[in-house]
Design a protein around this ligand. Structure first.
Ligand SMILES: *Cc1c(COP(=O)(O)O)cnc(C)c1O
Length: 451
């Protein structure tokens, strides 16, 4: 490595560390001057290149102030999670290695660690350990991979060769999904060509769980999609009741567990009992496991079903059927499973349980304190989601906006049963009990001050 390259990368590390050092005190959402300064990037494509250290300097000096400090302790938006130190460190190695993690031939180390990571994820989540695990970019992409495997397999059981004949003239697969299914599940379905107007929605109860009494009919042409962690309430569909019913009917059951599936690794695992009976599952690393973006898993009980649907062997690029290029949408790909391996190796079962338990306890305490001060907490808070309303819709919106503007925290809006609410998600390993106390104090003050 040249001395210039070394100096540049060392400078990048120095700047990255300085950024992380400031993450506890930085504004969580940038102020207007930081946003205004971004216009300095509005330049034409340069004819001659700049020096790399100038590029880095610009990136840090203009870029860092315009970040959302979601890799910090006071961010409660979406279910974003920070990055665990072991995962961040592994990511630096992965970057230095720059492996194209398609198969063993491209990277023996990636192939090995992603196999181990896949098995560990299944062990941590209590899923069958011989499942295929594809490490994709997002729950969206992994859901797409799982649902394509599901459809292909359901059609094969009906005697239809999907790879050869596609969908024209194929038996119709009925999709049954929750009324509160995540938008990205609908996106995956739409992209796969299941018409939005042809989906069958299962009505939910007041907690946002599918009501088993009102579940649409299931048969051997049905793809049933359940949720582990409803995005507003954090609730779980009743797997132990629904999945055996669906399996008896010959349906395929997929579970969207983008964040909620990690409850399986906690002391509150019982609320997801029966989820292991499904055929396929999606979960994220970049949310509750606190790995860097973009990191998610497509998990499929019938390993061949996923491997066949995602196969991309070519004359010049054959690989084992469990090679990652044959389990995900990507062909050339980053070894994103390595950061997942590192996260799980550094936490161990105990550390993972402690992390998830801590967030569930913090969310519970937050909910209690807000209720005690006159807020309405709309969900049962069995997980890490706290869904909140103030006295009026106007006050709910104004408090959320004031909290965002304060720079002390950030969380986002949602709508619950037609009315505005806001949603606090506890999912960063950096969030201490003191950060929760500070959030409670801020929200109590804003409630007093906001009409
Ligand atoms: C975030 C989320 C998704 C989508 O995950 P991405 O990794 O952002 O694609 C799907 N379902 C639920 C319940 C989620 O919370």
């Amino acid at each position: 490595m040249s001395t210039t390259e070394r100096a540049l990368l060392a400078d990048a590390d120095r700047r990255a560390l300085a950024y992380l050092d400031s993450s506890a005190t930085r504004r969580v959402f940038p102020d207007q001057s930081a946003l205004d300064a971004l216009s300095a990037f509005d330049q034409p494509l340069p004819t001659t290149g700049q020096l790399a250290d100038q590029v880095l300097q610009q990136l840090d000096e203009l870029g860092s102030p315009a970040t959302v400090v979601s890799n910090g302790p006071r961010y409660f938006g979406f279910v974003i999670g920070a990055t665990l130190p072991a995962a961040a460190a592994a990511e630096r190695m992965v970057l230095a290695w720059d492996q194209c993690a398609s198969s063993f031939d491209n990277s023996p180390i990636a192939d090995k660690l992603e196999k181990v990571a896949g098995r560990w994820v299944c062990e941590a989540l209590g899923l069958p350990t011989d499942s295929a695990v594809g490490f994709g970019t997002s729950a969206t992409a992994c859901t797409l991979a799982c649902l394509s495997a599901a459809r292909r397999q359901l059609l094969a059981r009906l005697g239809w060769d999907f790879d050869q004949y596609g969908l024209i003239g194929a038996p119709e697969i009925r999709v049954v999904l929750s009324e509160t299914a995540h938008i990205t599940v609908k996106k995956a379905l739409r992209v796969l060509g299941f018409g939005m107007g042809r989906l069958h929605y299962a009505p939910v109860d007041t907690h946002g769980r599918i009501d088993p009494q009102r579940l649409p009919e299931l048969d051997d042409r049905t793809l049933l999609i359940l949720q582990a962690g409803e995005v507003n309430t954090g609730e779980f569909d009743r797997f132990a009741e629904l999945i055996p019913r669906a399996k008896a009917a010959g349906a395929w059951v997929h579970v969207d567990g983008a964040f909620g599936l990690w409850a399986r690794a906690s002391s509150s695992a019982a609320q997801a009992d029966g989820v292991e009976l499904a055929d396929s599952w999606t979960t994220d690393g970049h949310k509750w496991l606190n790995t860097p973006y973009d990191s998610a898993m497509a998990i499929c009980r019938d390993a061949d079903a996923l491997a066949s649907a995602m196969n991309s062997d070519a004359a010049y690029a054959t690989a084992s059927k469990d090679a990652q290029k044959n389990l995900t949408l990507e062909f050339s790909r980053r070894a994103r499973g390595i950061a997942i391996w590192a996260a799980l190796a550094s936490l161990g079962r105990d550390g993972l349980r402690e992390l998830i338990d801590r967030h569930i306890a913090q969310a519970g305490r937050l909910a209690e304190a807000l209720r005690a001060d006159g807020y309405q907490v709309l969900n049962r808070v069995h997980l890490n989601q706290v869904l909140v309303q103030a006295d009026s819709d106007e006050q709910t919106v104004a408090i959320r906006q004031a909290a965002q503007a304060s720079g002390d925290t950030w969380f986002g809006p949602t709508v619950w049963q037609g009315r505005p609410a806001f949603r606090l998600s506890v999912s960063s390993w950096r969030t201490t009990d003191a950060d929760i106390d500070a959030l409670i104090a801020l929200l109590l003050r804003l409630k007093r001050e906001t009409p």
